[in-house]
Design a protein around this ligand. Structure first.
Ligand code: KMH
Ligand code: ZN
Length: 273
């Protein structure tokens, strides 16, 4: 089996220090959390950034500062900015970090309820526009899907030439409004993508580690981090993103799967380097 790529989603846009005091806001905190995940075995940092008070921002300047600080501590790590940002942000706002020419960025492939009155909007034309701009800049999209219909959307846009093969998917499972994080649904998702595609699974909340184990066993890849879950185990807050990554590394070892370095992850994903 291919080595396991671990992505750490260290910050997100919704989780706060009230959920877990270790959630990073400042540049220094974001760099600290990225380093803890990298040292534990993460090869990709899925990056959102915040103002110092915790407000989510897609500011190009703030991303530039955070990326610089992360690269000083984790020189070879793959940095994958979010183009999802936070619910309610405009398209232009969301797209700012791609101007920094990261190797990868997320491409959210459908609209989804996000709990309460929140709706994370990604219309077909928005997805085409985001994909086109990422193609022009040679940025590999991580195709984020919160439901099976979003895979179908991505495949349709691939057939129309907007998304290139080999495609890389992130199945985000367990969002309040998306597909649930169950083994049955993960099998359904993984069996719905092309054979030459790669995938990672991000289980939200209590689904994080069950989905990680499934991903390890099935030959997929795994995302963990505060964006998706702040607990190391039931009722026990993780002290850092590194602790969450360490747990995946332990599970992978037990199950006989080796961990990919950042350059091995680049090979697996066909990234430019
Ligand atoms: N914060 C969510 C509304 C992404 O990073 O591309 C969107 C999100 C997806 O996190
Ligand atoms: Zn995200």
């Amino acid at each position: 089996m291919e080595k396991l790529i671990i992505t750490a989603c260290i910050c997100g846009a919704e989780v706060t220090k009230e959920h877990n005091p270790a959630v990073p806001y400042t540049v220094e905190e974001i760099a600290r959390e990225a380093e803890s995940a990298y040292r534990a075995g993460a090869s990709i940092i899925h990056l959102h950034v915040r103002e110092d008070d915790g407000t989510p921002t897609q500011s190009e300047a703030r991303f530039a500062e955070c990326i610089k600080a992360i690269q000083e501590r984790c020189p070879d790590v793959i940095i994958q900015p979010s183009t999802g940002g936070a619910v309610g942000m405009s398209n232009d706002e969301r797209l700012q970090p791609i101007r920094l020419l990261p190797e990868m960025a997320t491409l959210d492939c459908g609209t989804c309820n996000f709990g309460g009155d929140e709706i994370f909007i990604n219309t077909e034309n928005m997805i085409i526009d985001f994909a086109t701009r990422m193609n022009e800049l040679k940025i590999k999209p991580e195709i984020e899907v919160f439901d099976k219909g979003m895979i179908d959307m991505a495949l349709r846009l691939h057939r129309k030439g907007h998304i290139k093969a080999p495609m890389h998917f992130d199945f985000v499972m367990g969002v309040n409004g998306g597909i649930s994080g169950t083994p049955r649904d993960l099998l359904f998702m993984a069996n719905s993508i092309p054979h030459d595609a790669t995938w990672t699974v991000a289980g939200v909340g209590r689904c994080e580690f069950p989905m990680a184990v499934m991903g390890i066993l099935m030959g997929g890849h795994v995302r963990v981090g505060f964006e998706d879950n702040v607990y190391l185990s039931k009722g026990v807050l993780a002290k850092s993103n590194g602790e969450l990554v360490e747990k995946v590394v332990r599970l992978a070892k037990e199950l006989g799967r080796e961990i990919a370095s950042p350059n091995e992850a680049r090979e697996i994903l066909g990234l430019r380097h």
